[in-house]
Design a protein around this ligand. Structure first.
Ligand code: GLN
Length: 280
């Protein structure tokens, strides 16, 4: 195999990904990952030669990227709330939008508050682990219907030293012992199965069980709303991330399920993306 310099490898990689808007950044990120260096190393040492193993691994990654594989899955991690989370195709890739849920809870409670928090459909554990670390006196319970997702979430808790989380394999409330939480938070599946976004970009490779919900994307949210009350303290909070066009439906759903003091919050694009209700 002929040896390429870092610069030549990047040029070839960018040519291969020519249809991808982020070709140049993607190539740099993947090459830096293969070399276990940061991106500035590539600029500092453009004439350095790739070893045969590095060459092979880099072009394997480039081919997977060309087929559409998300960068987060190729690297095996994604940052959330400035911490690195392990991800695999068993879990949804954490989104910046979802950081809104953390901000909302931080607005409601001081960091030293003693809280019991349930995260429903924890996936990579991004929400549960972040809350566990930001609220040191909180006790978290994180559930998911996917054992594979729970394994990832547990690895993230361990790597990031979040010890105050109990993980439970459960389809929504099915395996949760009777108890009452201060906060129930969820980023459930909420996309309608015929949504055109599902055939574009990263979501094509993400678990559909984490994305799609029946009844216009609302079935899982409805199920959680209607079963949540016995698991909540009086005045406890129920907080959802939801689709940017589902704000009115969420407000009505929470109200008709007996929740009061509904508040809604906007994501970085200015869309209503999270809704909070208080148990009476
Ligand atoms: N916000 C994600 C998206 O639009 C979906 C996350 C979810 O369904 N919970 O791709």
């Amino acid at each position: 195999m002929s040896s390429l310099t870092l610069k030549q490898a990047l040029t070839l990689g960018i040519e291969t990904l020519d249809e991808c808007a982020s070709a140049s950044l993607d190539c740099e990120v993947l090459l830096a990952d293969v070399l276990e260096k940061n991106r500035s190393y590539l600029r500092a040492w453009p004439e350095k030669l790739l070893s045969p193993t590095e060459h092979q691994r880099f072009f394997e990654l480039i081919n997977l990227r060309q087929q559409g594989q998300p960068i987060a899955y190729l690297l095996g991690f994604r940052e959330f709330w400035s911490r690195p989370f392990i991800v695999s195709s068993d879990v949804l890739i954490p989104r910046p939008d979802t950081e809104l849920l953390i901000e909302v809870i931080q607005q409601q409670f001081p960091p030293e508050q003693t809280l019991s928090i349930l995260d429903m459909g924890t996936g990579s554990g991004a929400i549960a682990v972040t809350l566990a670390l930001e609220f040191k006196n909180a006790q978290l319970t994180a559930i998911d219907a996917s054992q594979a997702a729970l394994n990832i979430a547990q690895q993230n808790a361990q790597r990031l030293h979040a010890t105050n989380i109990e993980f439970i394999h459960s389809n929504w409330f099915d395996n949760i012992k009777p108890q009452q939480f201060d906060i129930i938070v969820s980023n459930p599946p909420y996309i309608c199965s015929d949504d055109p976004h599902l055939i574009e970009g990263d979501v094509r490779f993400e678990p559909s069980s984490a994305l799609i919900s029946k009844r216009q994307g609302l079935e899982d949210i409805e199920r959680i709303c209607s079963a949540a009350r016995p698991f909540m303290k009086a005045n406890g909070l129920l907080l959802f991330e939801h689709g940017y066009q589902q704000g009115n439906q969420l407000k009505n759903l929470l109200e008709s399920s007996g929740f009061k003091s509904i508040q809604q919050f906007q994501d970085i694009q200015g869309h209503t993306r999270a809704t909070l209700g208080q148990a009476s």
